[in-house]
Design a binder for this molecule. Structure first.
Ligand code: HEM
Ligand SMILES: *[C@@H]1O[C@H](CO)[C@@H](O)[C@H](O)[C@H]1NC(C)=O
Length: 501
Protein backbone atom coordinates (compact mmCIF):
# COMPACT_ATOMS: atom_id res chain seq x y z
CA UNK A 1 0.00 0.00 0.00
CA UNK A 2 1.56 3.20 -1.12
CA UNK A 3 -0.75 5.73 0.49
CA UNK A 4 1.02 9.03 0.80
CA UNK A 5 -0.16 11.80 3.09
CA UNK A 6 -0.85 13.83 -0.04
CA UNK A 7 -3.24 11.32 -1.56
CA UNK A 8 -5.11 10.93 1.78
CA UNK A 9 -5.46 14.65 1.85
CA UNK A 10 -6.70 14.82 -1.70
CA UNK A 11 -9.31 12.13 -1.21
CA UNK A 12 -10.51 13.84 1.99
CA UNK A 13 -10.63 17.11 0.17
CA UNK A 14 -12.87 15.64 -2.51
CA UNK A 15 -15.30 14.14 -0.03
CA UNK A 16 -15.53 16.94 2.51
CA UNK A 17 -13.62 20.10 1.59
CA UNK A 18 -14.87 22.23 4.47
CA UNK A 19 -14.13 19.70 7.19
CA UNK A 20 -10.70 19.04 5.75
CA UNK A 21 -9.94 22.71 5.68
CA UNK A 22 -10.92 23.02 9.33
CA UNK A 23 -8.81 20.02 10.26
CA UNK A 24 -5.86 21.43 8.42
CA UNK A 25 -6.12 24.81 10.05
CA UNK A 26 -6.43 23.23 13.51
CA UNK A 27 -3.28 21.23 12.78
CA UNK A 28 -1.38 24.29 11.60
CA UNK A 29 -2.53 26.27 14.63
CA UNK A 30 -1.22 23.66 17.04
CA UNK A 31 2.02 23.42 15.10
CA UNK A 32 2.42 27.20 15.17
CA UNK A 33 1.86 27.29 18.91
CA UNK A 34 4.38 24.53 19.38
CA UNK A 35 6.99 26.26 17.24
CA UNK A 36 6.44 29.52 19.03
CA UNK A 37 7.03 27.77 22.31
CA UNK A 38 10.22 26.24 20.95
CA UNK A 39 11.56 29.62 19.90
CA UNK A 40 11.93 30.71 23.50
CA UNK A 41 13.71 27.74 24.96
CA UNK A 42 13.89 29.55 28.23
CA UNK A 43 10.34 28.89 29.41
CA UNK A 44 9.88 27.75 33.00
CA UNK A 45 10.17 23.96 33.22
CA UNK A 46 7.14 21.74 33.46
CA UNK A 47 5.71 18.35 32.64
CA UNK A 48 5.08 17.56 28.97
CA UNK A 49 1.36 17.39 28.23
CA UNK A 50 -1.04 16.11 25.63
CA UNK A 51 -2.08 18.45 22.85
CA UNK A 52 -5.26 20.37 23.75
CA UNK A 53 -5.86 18.54 27.05
CA UNK A 54 -2.44 19.58 28.34
CA UNK A 55 -1.84 18.22 31.84
CA UNK A 56 -5.54 18.03 32.67
CA UNK A 57 -5.63 14.24 32.96
CA UNK A 58 -2.59 14.27 35.25
CA UNK A 59 -4.50 16.12 37.96
CA UNK A 60 -6.39 14.05 40.49
CA UNK A 61 -9.35 16.28 41.28
CA UNK A 62 -10.31 14.42 44.44
CA UNK A 63 -6.92 15.33 45.81
CA UNK A 64 -5.33 18.02 43.63
CA UNK A 65 -2.74 18.67 46.33
CA UNK A 66 -1.08 15.31 45.87
CA UNK A 67 -0.69 15.31 42.09
CA UNK A 68 0.66 18.85 42.18
CA UNK A 69 3.02 17.86 44.97
CA UNK A 70 4.72 15.41 42.64
CA UNK A 71 5.26 18.17 40.08
CA UNK A 72 6.57 20.59 42.69
CA UNK A 73 9.07 17.98 43.90
CA UNK A 74 10.26 17.34 40.39
CA UNK A 75 10.42 20.88 38.99
CA UNK A 76 11.07 23.15 41.97
CA UNK A 77 10.10 26.73 42.82
CA UNK A 78 8.82 27.76 39.42
CA UNK A 79 7.10 25.53 36.91
CA UNK A 80 4.32 25.61 34.33
CA UNK A 81 1.45 23.32 33.45
CA UNK A 82 -0.95 23.57 30.52
CA UNK A 83 -4.63 22.98 29.92
CA UNK A 84 -6.49 23.91 26.76
CA UNK A 85 -4.81 27.12 25.69
CA UNK A 86 -4.09 28.18 29.29
CA UNK A 87 -0.63 28.18 30.87
CA UNK A 88 -0.41 28.07 34.66
CA UNK A 89 2.76 29.11 36.47
CA UNK A 90 3.22 27.88 40.02
CA UNK A 91 5.50 29.95 42.25
CA UNK A 92 6.88 28.66 45.55
CA UNK A 93 8.97 30.28 48.30
CA UNK A 94 8.97 33.74 49.88
CA UNK A 95 11.66 35.37 47.67
CA UNK A 96 9.92 34.46 44.40
CA UNK A 97 6.44 35.22 45.77
CA UNK A 98 7.64 38.68 46.75
CA UNK A 99 9.20 39.05 43.31
CA UNK A 100 5.92 38.43 41.48
CA UNK A 101 3.41 39.96 43.90
CA UNK A 102 5.38 43.02 45.03
CA UNK A 103 8.31 43.82 42.72
CA UNK A 104 6.40 42.90 39.57
CA UNK A 105 2.95 43.95 40.74
CA UNK A 106 2.44 46.00 37.58
CA UNK A 107 2.88 42.85 35.48
CA UNK A 108 0.79 40.45 37.55
CA UNK A 109 -2.02 42.88 38.35
CA UNK A 110 -4.86 41.42 36.28
CA UNK A 111 -7.05 38.40 36.77
CA UNK A 112 -7.37 35.55 34.29
CA UNK A 113 -10.78 35.31 32.70
CA UNK A 114 -11.98 31.79 33.23
CA UNK A 115 -14.97 30.89 31.05
CA UNK A 116 -16.89 29.72 34.11
CA UNK A 117 -16.63 33.21 35.65
CA UNK A 118 -17.21 35.00 32.34
CA UNK A 119 -20.42 33.05 32.04
CA UNK A 120 -21.65 34.42 35.38
CA UNK A 121 -19.90 37.75 35.87
CA UNK A 122 -18.69 38.79 32.40
CA UNK A 123 -15.51 40.77 33.21
CA UNK A 124 -17.22 42.84 35.89
CA UNK A 125 -16.94 43.22 39.62
CA UNK A 126 -14.07 43.54 42.06
CA UNK A 127 -12.53 40.11 42.31
CA UNK A 128 -12.23 38.98 38.68
CA UNK A 129 -12.09 42.32 36.82
CA UNK A 130 -8.93 43.82 35.31
CA UNK A 131 -7.39 47.00 34.01
CA UNK A 132 -9.02 50.39 34.31
CA UNK A 133 -12.42 48.93 35.26
CA UNK A 134 -10.88 47.08 38.18
CA UNK A 135 -9.00 50.20 39.31
CA UNK A 136 -12.16 52.32 39.33
CA UNK A 137 -14.27 49.73 41.11
CA UNK A 138 -11.65 48.91 43.71
CA UNK A 139 -11.02 52.55 44.54
CA UNK A 140 -14.75 53.19 44.91
CA UNK A 141 -15.36 50.08 47.03
CA UNK A 142 -12.47 50.88 49.37
CA UNK A 143 -13.60 54.46 49.79
CA UNK A 144 -17.21 53.43 50.41
CA UNK A 145 -16.24 50.70 52.87
CA UNK A 146 -14.20 53.29 54.71
CA UNK A 147 -17.14 55.72 54.78
CA UNK A 148 -19.28 52.99 56.28
CA UNK A 149 -16.93 52.52 59.10
CA UNK A 150 -14.01 50.34 58.07
CA UNK A 151 -11.53 51.24 60.80
CA UNK A 152 -14.10 53.31 62.64
CA UNK A 153 -16.08 52.87 65.79
CA UNK A 154 -19.40 52.38 63.96
CA UNK A 155 -18.28 49.21 62.24
CA UNK A 156 -16.72 47.87 65.40
CA UNK A 157 -20.05 48.41 67.15
CA UNK A 158 -21.84 46.47 64.43
CA UNK A 159 -19.49 43.53 64.81
CA UNK A 160 -19.86 43.60 68.60
CA UNK A 161 -23.62 43.66 68.31
CA UNK A 162 -23.52 40.71 65.91
CA UNK A 163 -21.20 38.86 68.30
CA UNK A 164 -23.91 39.24 70.96
CA UNK A 165 -26.51 37.67 68.65
CA UNK A 166 -24.11 34.85 67.83
CA UNK A 167 -23.36 34.20 71.50
CA UNK A 168 -27.08 34.08 72.23
CA UNK A 169 -27.72 31.64 69.39
CA UNK A 170 -24.93 29.38 70.60
CA UNK A 171 -26.14 29.59 74.20
CA UNK A 172 -29.48 28.24 72.98
CA UNK A 173 -27.69 25.02 72.06
CA UNK A 174 -27.33 24.39 75.83
CA UNK A 175 -23.95 22.70 75.57
CA UNK A 176 -25.33 19.94 73.35
CA UNK A 177 -23.49 18.86 70.18
CA UNK A 178 -24.31 21.11 67.21
CA UNK A 179 -22.87 22.12 63.85
CA UNK A 180 -21.94 25.82 64.07
CA UNK A 181 -21.57 26.19 60.30
CA UNK A 182 -24.65 28.23 59.43
CA UNK A 183 -24.81 30.34 62.58
CA UNK A 184 -21.23 31.45 62.05
CA UNK A 185 -21.83 31.94 58.34
CA UNK A 186 -24.88 34.04 59.07
CA UNK A 187 -23.17 36.15 61.74
CA UNK A 188 -20.15 36.88 59.54
CA UNK A 189 -22.27 37.53 56.47
CA UNK A 190 -24.40 40.00 58.43
CA UNK A 191 -21.44 42.36 58.73
CA UNK A 192 -20.86 42.70 54.99
CA UNK A 193 -24.66 42.64 54.45
CA UNK A 194 -25.13 45.58 56.77
CA UNK A 195 -22.50 47.51 54.81
CA UNK A 196 -23.81 46.58 51.36
CA UNK A 197 -27.58 46.03 51.89
CA UNK A 198 -28.03 48.22 54.96
CA UNK A 199 -29.31 45.52 57.30
CA UNK A 200 -28.63 42.17 58.94
CA UNK A 201 -30.61 38.95 58.60
CA UNK A 202 -32.09 36.99 61.47
CA UNK A 203 -30.56 33.52 61.98
CA UNK A 204 -34.02 32.00 61.51
CA UNK A 205 -34.70 33.81 58.23
CA UNK A 206 -35.21 30.83 55.94
CA UNK A 207 -34.82 32.78 52.69
CA UNK A 208 -31.42 34.11 53.79
CA UNK A 209 -30.38 30.68 54.99
CA UNK A 210 -31.18 29.42 51.51
CA UNK A 211 -28.90 32.07 50.02
CA UNK A 212 -26.08 31.11 52.35
CA UNK A 213 -26.61 27.53 51.26
CA UNK A 214 -26.30 28.62 47.60
CA UNK A 215 -23.11 30.46 48.47
CA UNK A 216 -21.73 27.37 50.16
CA UNK A 217 -22.73 25.23 47.18
CA UNK A 218 -20.93 27.38 44.61
CA UNK A 219 -17.77 27.27 46.74
CA UNK A 220 -17.75 23.49 46.60
CA UNK A 221 -19.01 23.12 43.03
CA UNK A 222 -16.31 25.33 41.58
CA UNK A 223 -13.63 22.83 42.55
CA UNK A 224 -15.35 20.00 40.62
CA UNK A 225 -13.53 18.67 37.56
CA UNK A 226 -16.62 19.32 35.42
CA UNK A 227 -16.28 23.01 36.19
CA UNK A 228 -12.58 22.93 35.32
CA UNK A 229 -13.45 21.15 32.08
CA UNK A 230 -15.95 23.93 31.39
CA UNK A 231 -13.04 26.35 31.63
CA UNK A 232 -11.25 24.46 28.88
CA UNK A 233 -14.20 23.65 26.59
CA UNK A 234 -17.02 26.05 27.42
CA UNK A 235 -18.76 25.77 24.06
CA UNK A 236 -19.17 22.00 24.50
CA UNK A 237 -19.72 21.84 28.24
CA UNK A 238 -22.41 24.50 28.00
CA UNK A 239 -24.73 21.92 26.47
CA UNK A 240 -23.89 19.04 28.78
CA UNK A 241 -25.64 18.35 32.08
CA UNK A 242 -23.59 18.18 35.28
CA UNK A 243 -22.57 20.00 38.42
CA UNK A 244 -21.48 23.05 36.40
CA UNK A 245 -25.15 23.61 35.53
CA UNK A 246 -26.05 23.58 39.22
CA UNK A 247 -23.20 26.04 39.77
CA UNK A 248 -24.83 28.45 37.28
CA UNK A 249 -28.27 27.91 38.80
CA UNK A 250 -27.05 28.78 42.31
CA UNK A 251 -25.33 31.93 41.01
CA UNK A 252 -28.52 32.94 39.24
CA UNK A 253 -30.42 32.61 42.55
CA UNK A 254 -27.85 34.80 44.28
CA UNK A 255 -27.96 37.25 41.40
CA UNK A 256 -31.72 37.63 41.43
CA UNK A 257 -31.70 38.18 45.19
CA UNK A 258 -29.19 41.01 44.79
CA UNK A 259 -31.18 42.48 41.90
CA UNK A 260 -34.27 42.50 44.11
CA UNK A 261 -32.42 44.36 46.86
CA UNK A 262 -31.13 46.91 44.33
CA UNK A 263 -34.64 47.46 42.96
CA UNK A 264 -35.91 48.13 46.47
CA UNK A 265 -33.05 50.57 47.07
CA UNK A 266 -33.87 52.44 43.88
CA UNK A 267 -37.45 52.85 44.98
CA UNK A 268 -36.69 54.32 48.37
CA UNK A 269 -33.44 56.13 47.54
CA UNK A 270 -33.13 59.31 49.54
CA UNK A 271 -30.86 62.00 48.03
CA UNK A 272 -30.11 63.35 51.51
CA UNK A 273 -28.94 60.09 53.01
CA UNK A 274 -26.61 57.29 51.86
CA UNK A 275 -27.54 54.21 53.82
CA UNK A 276 -25.13 51.65 52.42
CA UNK A 277 -22.86 50.53 49.57
CA UNK A 278 -25.78 50.10 47.14
CA UNK A 279 -27.05 53.63 47.82
CA UNK A 280 -23.56 55.03 47.30
CA UNK A 281 -23.23 53.12 44.04
CA UNK A 282 -26.64 54.24 42.76
CA UNK A 283 -25.60 57.83 43.39
CA UNK A 284 -22.35 57.25 41.49
CA UNK A 285 -24.41 55.84 38.60
CA UNK A 286 -26.50 58.98 38.41
CA UNK A 287 -23.34 61.01 37.77
CA UNK A 288 -23.57 60.08 34.10
CA UNK A 289 -19.93 59.75 33.15
CA UNK A 290 -19.60 57.94 29.83
CA UNK A 291 -16.04 56.83 30.49
CA UNK A 292 -16.81 55.15 33.73
CA UNK A 293 -17.32 51.47 34.42
CA UNK A 294 -20.18 52.21 36.80
CA UNK A 295 -23.24 50.42 35.48
CA UNK A 296 -26.14 48.72 37.13
CA UNK A 297 -24.88 45.38 35.92
CA UNK A 298 -21.54 46.08 37.54
CA UNK A 299 -23.30 47.01 40.78
CA UNK A 300 -24.87 43.55 40.86
CA UNK A 301 -21.52 41.84 40.37
CA UNK A 302 -19.65 44.05 42.87
CA UNK A 303 -22.32 43.38 45.46
CA UNK A 304 -22.12 39.63 44.82
CA UNK A 305 -18.33 39.82 45.08
CA UNK A 306 -18.44 41.59 48.43
CA UNK A 307 -21.09 39.18 49.66
CA UNK A 308 -19.11 36.10 48.62
CA UNK A 309 -15.62 37.30 49.54
CA UNK A 310 -16.87 38.85 52.77
CA UNK A 311 -18.72 35.77 53.97
CA UNK A 312 -17.03 32.55 53.05
CA UNK A 313 -13.41 33.30 53.96
CA UNK A 314 -13.92 34.76 57.41
CA UNK A 315 -16.58 32.26 58.33
CA UNK A 316 -14.38 29.34 57.27
CA UNK A 317 -11.51 30.74 59.33
CA UNK A 318 -13.74 30.99 62.40
CA UNK A 319 -14.93 27.41 61.92
CA UNK A 320 -11.29 26.30 61.85
CA UNK A 321 -10.70 28.38 64.98
CA UNK A 322 -13.41 26.62 67.03
CA UNK A 323 -12.20 23.26 65.80
CA UNK A 324 -8.58 23.97 66.79
CA UNK A 325 -9.77 25.16 70.22
CA UNK A 326 -11.61 21.89 70.83
CA UNK A 327 -8.69 19.82 69.54
CA UNK A 328 -6.10 21.74 71.62
CA UNK A 329 -7.75 22.51 75.01
CA UNK A 330 -4.43 23.68 76.50
CA UNK A 331 -4.22 26.59 74.05
CA UNK A 332 -7.90 27.38 74.54
CA UNK A 333 -7.26 27.60 78.30
CA UNK A 334 -4.39 30.02 77.81
CA UNK A 335 -6.49 32.26 75.58
CA UNK A 336 -9.35 32.25 78.07
CA UNK A 337 -6.94 33.12 80.87
CA UNK A 338 -5.79 36.14 78.85
CA UNK A 339 -9.40 37.15 78.12
CA UNK A 340 -10.27 36.89 81.83
CA UNK A 341 -7.23 38.94 82.81
CA UNK A 342 -7.59 41.72 80.24
CA UNK A 343 -11.35 41.92 79.66
CA UNK A 344 -13.04 39.92 82.40
CA UNK A 345 -16.62 38.77 82.17
CA UNK A 346 -18.53 41.99 82.73
CA UNK A 347 -17.93 43.66 79.36
CA UNK A 348 -17.59 42.74 75.70
CA UNK A 349 -14.20 42.71 73.95
CA UNK A 350 -13.23 45.78 71.89
CA UNK A 351 -10.57 46.29 69.24
CA UNK A 352 -8.57 48.31 71.75
CA UNK A 353 -8.08 45.11 73.76
CA UNK A 354 -6.15 43.44 70.97
CA UNK A 355 -2.97 45.31 71.78
CA UNK A 356 -3.02 43.89 75.32
CA UNK A 357 -3.76 40.37 74.17
CA UNK A 358 -0.69 39.06 72.34
CA UNK A 359 -1.51 35.42 73.02
CA UNK A 360 -5.03 35.60 71.59
CA UNK A 361 -3.78 37.60 68.63
CA UNK A 362 -1.04 35.03 68.00
CA UNK A 363 -3.57 32.19 68.23
CA UNK A 364 -5.80 33.81 65.61
CA UNK A 365 -2.81 34.19 63.29
CA UNK A 366 -1.93 30.57 63.92
CA UNK A 367 -5.48 29.50 62.99
CA UNK A 368 -5.03 31.33 59.69
CA UNK A 369 -1.62 29.80 59.11
CA UNK A 370 -2.83 26.25 59.74
CA UNK A 371 -6.26 26.79 58.13
CA UNK A 372 -4.49 28.11 55.02
CA UNK A 373 -7.89 28.49 53.38
CA UNK A 374 -6.67 29.80 49.98
CA UNK A 375 -3.72 27.46 49.36
CA UNK A 376 -2.87 28.89 45.91
CA UNK A 377 -3.96 32.47 46.62
CA UNK A 378 -6.34 33.95 44.02
CA UNK A 379 -4.88 33.65 40.49
CA UNK A 380 -3.41 36.61 38.61
CA UNK A 381 -2.35 36.85 34.98
CA UNK A 382 0.63 38.57 33.38
CA UNK A 383 -0.43 41.72 31.50
CA UNK A 384 2.73 41.64 29.34
CA UNK A 385 5.88 39.55 28.75
CA UNK A 386 8.33 39.43 31.62
CA UNK A 387 11.20 37.50 33.16
CA UNK A 388 10.92 35.63 36.44
CA UNK A 389 13.91 33.90 37.99
CA UNK A 390 15.65 34.12 34.63
CA UNK A 391 12.81 32.42 32.74
CA UNK A 392 10.81 33.98 29.95
CA UNK A 393 7.16 34.38 31.04
CA UNK A 394 4.87 35.44 28.19
CA UNK A 395 1.89 37.72 28.49
CA UNK A 396 -1.23 35.81 29.49
CA UNK A 397 0.49 33.35 31.84
CA UNK A 398 -1.71 32.53 34.82
CA UNK A 399 0.10 33.01 38.12
CA UNK A 400 -0.56 30.85 41.15
CA UNK A 401 1.44 31.37 44.34
CA UNK A 402 1.86 28.42 46.65
CA UNK A 403 0.82 29.80 50.04
CA UNK A 404 0.78 26.30 51.57
CA UNK A 405 4.51 26.00 51.02
CA UNK A 406 4.97 29.40 52.67
CA UNK A 407 2.73 28.64 55.65
CA UNK A 408 4.33 25.21 56.19
CA UNK A 409 7.92 26.10 55.37
CA UNK A 410 10.15 24.22 57.82
CA UNK A 411 12.76 26.99 57.60
CA UNK A 412 10.24 29.57 58.79
CA UNK A 413 8.18 27.75 61.41
CA UNK A 414 9.41 25.80 64.43
CA UNK A 415 6.66 23.16 64.16
CA UNK A 416 5.22 23.75 60.67
CA UNK A 417 2.69 20.91 60.75
CA UNK A 418 1.26 21.48 64.24
CA UNK A 419 -0.84 24.23 65.77
CA UNK A 420 1.33 26.40 67.97
CA UNK A 421 0.60 30.08 68.79
CA UNK A 422 4.26 30.50 69.80
CA UNK A 423 5.00 30.89 66.09
CA UNK A 424 3.75 34.47 66.43
CA UNK A 425 5.24 35.28 69.84
CA UNK A 426 8.60 36.52 71.03
CA UNK A 427 9.24 37.11 74.73
CA UNK A 428 5.49 37.12 75.29
CA UNK A 429 4.95 39.86 72.69
CA UNK A 430 3.17 39.47 69.38
CA UNK A 431 5.61 39.02 66.50
CA UNK A 432 4.71 39.73 62.86
CA UNK A 433 5.94 37.13 60.40
CA UNK A 434 6.90 37.76 56.79
CA UNK A 435 6.09 34.22 55.71
CA UNK A 436 2.44 34.73 56.65
CA UNK A 437 0.34 35.90 53.70
CA UNK A 438 -3.25 34.63 54.05
CA UNK A 439 -4.52 37.92 52.61
CA UNK A 440 -1.82 37.95 49.93
CA UNK A 441 0.22 41.11 49.31
CA UNK A 442 0.89 43.86 46.77
CA UNK A 443 -1.53 46.13 44.93
CA UNK A 444 -4.26 43.51 44.69
CA UNK A 445 -4.06 42.42 48.31
CA UNK A 446 -7.39 41.39 49.91
CA UNK A 447 -9.66 44.40 49.93
CA UNK A 448 -11.35 43.27 53.15
CA UNK A 449 -8.24 42.49 55.20
CA UNK A 450 -8.89 45.11 57.85
CA UNK A 451 -12.55 44.15 58.12
CA UNK A 452 -11.69 40.46 58.31
CA UNK A 453 -9.12 41.04 61.05
CA UNK A 454 -11.63 43.00 63.13
CA UNK A 455 -14.28 40.33 62.65
CA UNK A 456 -11.90 37.50 63.53
CA UNK A 457 -10.71 39.20 66.71
CA UNK A 458 -14.11 40.32 67.99
CA UNK A 459 -16.06 37.15 67.15
CA UNK A 460 -13.33 34.82 68.40
CA UNK A 461 -12.72 36.58 71.73
CA UNK A 462 -16.47 37.09 72.32
CA UNK A 463 -17.08 33.35 71.86
CA UNK A 464 -14.15 32.20 73.99
CA UNK A 465 -15.11 34.68 76.71
CA UNK A 466 -18.47 32.94 77.06
CA UNK A 467 -17.87 29.30 76.06
CA UNK A 468 -15.42 26.47 76.19
CA UNK A 469 -15.48 24.42 72.99
CA UNK A 470 -15.19 20.65 73.25
CA UNK A 471 -15.61 17.51 71.21
CA UNK A 472 -18.97 15.82 71.90
CA UNK A 473 -18.58 13.01 74.50
CA UNK A 474 -16.89 9.88 73.14
CA UNK A 475 -16.07 11.40 69.77
CA UNK A 476 -12.86 12.52 68.20
CA UNK A 477 -12.82 15.66 66.09
CA UNK A 478 -11.14 15.44 62.72
CA UNK A 479 -9.02 18.12 61.09
CA UNK A 480 -9.83 16.74 57.63
CA UNK A 481 -10.25 19.20 54.79
CA UNK A 482 -13.25 19.77 52.54
CA UNK A 483 -11.90 20.91 49.16
CA UNK A 484 -13.64 23.76 47.40
CA UNK A 485 -12.78 27.29 46.41
CA UNK A 486 -11.47 27.48 49.99
CA UNK A 487 -10.13 24.71 52.21
CA UNK A 488 -12.68 24.33 54.99
CA UNK A 489 -13.10 21.78 57.76
CA UNK A 490 -15.40 18.84 56.94
CA UNK A 491 -18.65 19.52 58.77
CA UNK A 492 -18.38 18.78 62.46
CA UNK A 493 -20.44 18.74 65.63
CA UNK A 494 -19.09 20.53 68.67
CA UNK A 495 -20.23 21.36 72.23
CA UNK A 496 -20.13 24.95 73.50
CA UNK A 497 -20.11 24.75 77.30
CA UNK A 498 -21.10 28.05 78.93
CA UNK A 499 -18.22 29.33 81.13
CA UNK A 500 -20.29 31.32 83.64
CA UNK A 501 -23.72 30.41 84.79
C1 HEM B 1 -10.04 35.62 56.70
C2 HEM B 1 -10.66 36.30 55.77
C3 HEM B 1 -10.12 36.60 54.39
C4 HEM B 1 -9.07 36.06 53.70
C5 HEM B 1 -8.11 34.97 54.16
C6 HEM B 1 -9.02 36.73 52.41
C7 HEM B 1 -8.06 36.48 51.44
C8 HEM B 1 -8.03 37.10 50.21
C9 HEM B 1 -7.03 36.85 49.19
C10 HEM B 1 -5.83 35.90 49.32
C11 HEM B 1 -7.33 37.62 48.11
C12 HEM B 1 -6.56 37.68 46.79
C13 HEM B 1 -5.60 38.84 46.81
C14 HEM B 1 -4.63 38.82 45.66
O1 HEM B 1 -5.00 38.54 44.51
O2 HEM B 1 -3.44 39.09 45.89
C15 HEM B 1 -8.53 38.35 48.45
C16 HEM B 1 -9.14 39.26 47.60
C17 HEM B 1 -10.31 39.94 47.94
N1 HEM B 1 -10.96 39.93 49.15
FE1 HEM B 1 -10.45 38.87 50.77
N2 HEM B 1 -10.03 37.63 52.34
C18 HEM B 1 -10.73 37.60 53.52
C19 HEM B 1 -11.81 38.37 53.87
C20 HEM B 1 -12.43 39.30 53.07
C21 HEM B 1 -13.53 40.13 53.46
C22 HEM B 1 -14.20 40.17 54.84
C23 HEM B 1 -13.89 40.88 52.39
C24 HEM B 1 -14.99 41.90 52.35
C25 HEM B 1 -14.88 43.11 52.00
C26 HEM B 1 -12.97 40.52 51.31
C27 HEM B 1 -12.98 41.05 50.02
C28 HEM B 1 -12.07 40.76 49.04
C29 HEM B 1 -12.13 41.31 47.69
C30 HEM B 1 -13.20 42.27 47.15
C31 HEM B 1 -11.02 40.79 47.00
C32 HEM B 1 -10.62 41.08 45.55
C33 HEM B 1 -9.63 42.21 45.55
C34 HEM B 1 -9.11 42.54 44.17
O3 HEM B 1 -9.09 41.67 43.29
O4 HEM B 1 -8.72 43.69 43.96
N3 HEM B 1 -12.08 39.57 51.77
N4 HEM B 1 -8.92 38.03 49.73
C1 LIG C 1 2.85 23.68 47.47
O1 LIG C 1 3.60 23.51 48.62
C2 LIG C 1 3.30 22.36 49.39
C3 LIG C 1 4.11 22.39 50.66
O2 LIG C 1 5.46 22.52 50.40
C4 LIG C 1 3.57 21.12 48.55
O3 LIG C 1 3.22 19.98 49.29
C5 LIG C 1 2.73 21.21 47.30
O4 LIG C 1 3.01 20.13 46.47
C6 LIG C 1 3.03 22.50 46.55
N1 LIG C 1 2.14 22.57 45.42
C7 LIG C 1 2.53 23.03 44.25
C8 LIG C 1 1.51 22.96 43.18
O5 LIG C 1 3.62 23.48 44.03
Amino acid sequence: MQLSLGSVFLSLWEKAPLETLLLLSAFLLILAQYLQRMRHLNYPPGPPGLPVLGNFLQVDFKNPQISMQKLAKKYGNIFCTHGGNLTFMMITGLPLIKEVLINQDQVFIDRPQFPIHLYVFKTLGLVMSSGQEWRQQRRFALMTLRNFGLGKKTLEDRIREEARYLTEAIREEKGQPFDPHFQINNAVSNIICSITFGHRFDYHDSQFRQLLKSLDDVMVLEARWECQLFNMFPSIMKFLPGPHQKYFREWRKLGSFVKGVIKQHKEDLNPEETRDFIDAYLKELSKDNIHSSFTEENLVVCTLDLFLAGTETTSTTLRWALLYMAVYPEFQGKIQAEIDRVIGQSRQPTMADKENMPYTNAAIHEVQRMGNILPFNVPRISAFDTTVAGYHVPKGTILMTNLTALHRDPDEWATPETFNPEHFLENGQFKKREAFLPFSTGKRVCLGEQLARAELFLFFTSLLQKFTFQAPPNTQLSLDIRYGLTLSPVSYQICALPRVM
